[in-house]
Design a binder for this molecule. Sequence first.
Ligand SMILES: O=C(O)CCC(=O)C(=O)O
Ligand SMILES: [Fe+2]
Length: 177
Amino acid sequence: MKVLAEKLTDLILESLAIFREDLNWDVGSPSTALQLNSYPPCPNPNRAMGLAPHTDTSFLTILYQGSISGLQIFKQGAGWISMLPVTGALVVNVGDLLHILTNARFPSVLHRAVLNQEGSHRLSVAYFFGLPIECSVSPLLKLLDSGENPRYRPVTVKEYVDIKSKYFEEPLTSIRI
Ligand SMILES: O=C(O)CCC(=O)C(=O)O
Ligand SMILES: [Fe+2]
């Protein structure tokens, strides 16, 4: 998973014409975590939620969701949209750190997991690929269009994780300039 995440990161940076040297990521190892989610069938799925709406704190997340639906993303103007599983495919979510780095050009996706009434027990596996905990993240000036201001103040990954634990609903708003 780490190899895949590193490869995806390189492709994303390349698409933005950003070089690793433009970043200060050499301050430790990427922070990574694997989360296993279990959603048993629910007798009344409209009255319960598998995983509440959130954005991931990661740089990017690689998600395996098996063959049972449940993942939904929020799209402005359209509302909640189901991300139906595709056999053999993994879902890649943009996380908050990539959102900050690109000044929201790559927005982190608001998503949730809903429950199913019948059928099998749904399992998903999320691999969170983050940046080194001591690394400072801020919008890359190189990416800003003329007249565009950075939206977020610099924040270390550690500081952002703490902010997120306090302001779960609006973590990005709390670092807005
Ligand atoms: O179970 C899912 O499809 C979503 C899991 C998720 O968003 C997470 O673990 O952060
Ligand atoms: Fe998530």
